[in-house]
Design a protein. Structure first.
Length: 126
């Protein structure tokens, strides 16, 4: 066994040079980590049609070593995304049962989702 090296003889790739700009955005009460080109599943945006552009409010922007978390700066930064499609999630079975009373309830649920593709993350003004 070689310690500290890969079995094929290569070394570990440099990670410092290839950083991606990413942002934490809020949509539908949840937070998502997104980068340009990512396709993200968010709760259904009923007002948007396929092909529309939506704006997402930003909570954090990371650009290499520059981390922007100031709410005053972030208020002016909106991540742009394009609606790819609307679809339903997997079915969730809700079963309620109480012992010795004959009480049983069965309910199903399929959450509605919107798939969005992130097109741009504006840079924070220095």
């Amino acid at each position: 066994m070689h310690h500290g090296r890969l079995a094929c003889g290569g070394s570990f790739p440099e990670r410092e040079s290839e950083f991606r700009v990413y942002a934490i955005v809020r949509s539908g009460g949840r937070q998502h980590k997104v980068a340009v080109g990512d396709i993200v599943e968010v709760d259904k945006i009923s007002t948007a049609k396929v092909g529309d552009t939506v704006e997402l409010s930003t909570l954090l922007v990371v650009d290499g070593d520059a981390v922007t978390s100031d709410p005053w700066v972030l208020a002016g930064i909106k991540v742009q995304a394009e609606v790819v499609d609307h679809h339903k999630g997997q079915k969730i079975d809700i079963l309620r049962y109480k012992n010795k009373t004959g009480y049983r309830r069965r309910q199903g649920h399929r959450q509605q989702y919107t798939a969005i593709k992130v097109t741009s993350i504006p840079a924070a003004a220095k």
